[in-house]
Design a protein around this ligand. Structure first.
Ligand code: SF4
Length: 368
């Protein structure tokens, strides 16, 4: 199958088809491609897309699942950094497709490689790098930033293994330079008893990140000024309100939420932790969940005998994830049936190599 000699079907025709026709076309092309394709669906994906996924999971679980499959084509219903991670972990004969190239991640976009390299240079010039500083990046970052961490002795982490990796790096290094989610960094640092005044925030738009050399020297954590626009919508008053409205409710939130929300909650954990906690909860238990709305709604449908609420009454949807519509999926699959690869995500070999170094380090340290 090649992408050079054939012309791609234009997407416009799909935008005017009925929902039923689109769903039918996805099913037909998925069947026609058989084991040649694997469709991956992130937990935050909408229902009319995730129903076609061969595997559902969080970003890391999906990339690993893809690399272990024999499929030649990996159609990633998620966002850009996830498709990049799949390409980094994929075997050389696998090709990764993102059905809409506009599906980015606002958090990942808050740290560019140029900004990160500039910050590192400033840390070096200020003498901060005479101390042992480890760059650690959250999975939700570009391949170039993962590769930067790989080159500098750092690592990639997920929300499931951040605690384990902080434990290792805090033991061996003077400080961690954490990218790009300040909240995951802060919420994890707190677990190790690091006081808030030893965590400084690096603003990439200010000289020295807006910190003084002394603040940087005495910090244990330098937190990049990034956040998730979805999880950032949960506020401490949402926790107070739901506790007042629903007696005995437990509040369960993702660590991308702000520190003040996490402090008021009963449990904090990754997407997988949230799902497992609800699965194992007794019937009749009540949960207010602070994460993406599609996942919360799906849990509520799956467990009608448990009371499940979204922590915030307004819509907390990942708008970029939502860009992967059934129309995009039908278009990508039907082009594949015709032998045309659209929206392929390719990470260059050098970046892939160093990003893999950081990912392999993560796997080794997590399993150690
Ligand atoms: S939920 Fe937040 S961190 Fe996750 S993909 Fe969407 S914007 Fe990015």
């Amino acid at each position: 199958m090649t992408s050079v000699s054939l012309e791609a079907k234009p997407i416009e025709a799909y935008l005017v088809m009925s929902d039923d026709e689109i769903q039918e076309r996805i099913r037909r092309s998925h069947d026609a491609l058989g084991s040649k394709v694997i469709i991956l669906g992130h937990h935050y994906q909408r229902d009319d897309v995730i129903c076609h996924a061969d595997v559902t999971g969080d970003s890391y679980q999906l990339s690993v699942a893809a690399s272990r499959s024999k499929a030649e084509f990996i159609v990633f219903c998620g966002v850009h950094f996830m498709a990049e991670s799949a390409d980094i972990l994929a075997r050389s004969n696998q090709r990764v497709i993102l059905p809409d190239l506009g599906a980015g991640c606002s958090m990942a976009d808050m740290a560019t490689i140029e900004q990160v390299e500039d910050a590192w240079r400033q840390l070096e010039e200020t003498g901060i790098l005479k101390q042992k500083v480890a760059p650690i990046t959250y999975m939700n970052s570009s391949a170039a930033i993962k590769a930067f961490c790989g080159r500098k002795g750092g690592v990639v982490c997920t929300s499931s293994n951040a605690t384990k990796l902080f434990e290792v790096y805090l033991r061996e290094y003077d400080k961690i330079f954490f990218l790009p989610d300040q909240h995951l960094g802060r919420n994890t640092g707190v677990k190790f008893g690091i006081p808030l005044e030893k965590m400084v925030v690096w603003n990439p738009h200010e000289e020295l990140g807006g910190c003084t050399p002394e603040e940087l020297r005495s910090a244990r954590l330098i937190l990049w000024k990034g956040h998730c626009s979805v999880h950032g919508r949960f506020k401490p008053w949402h926790v107070d309100l739901i506790r007042k409205q629903v007696p005995d409710i437990k509040v369960l939130v993702h660590p991308e939420c702000v520190y003040e929300v996490v402090q008021k909650s009963d449990l904090i954990g990754s997407t997988s932790f949230i799902i497992k906690t609800v699965e194992n909860a007794p019937e009749g238990s009540k949960w207010a969940i602070g994460t993406e709305v599609n996942l919360v709604n799906r849990l509520a449908k799956r467990f009608p005998n448990k009371e499940i609420y979204l922590l915030a009454p307004d819509l907390c949807m990942c708008a970029t994830m939502y860009r992967i519509a059934p129309q995009n999926l039908a278009w990508a699959l039907e082009n594949l049936v015709e032998g045309v690869v659209v929206n392929e995500i390719i990470v260059d070999e050098e970046t892939k190599h160093y990003a893999n170094v950081a990912l392999e380090r993560m796997i080794q340290l997590t399993e150690a």
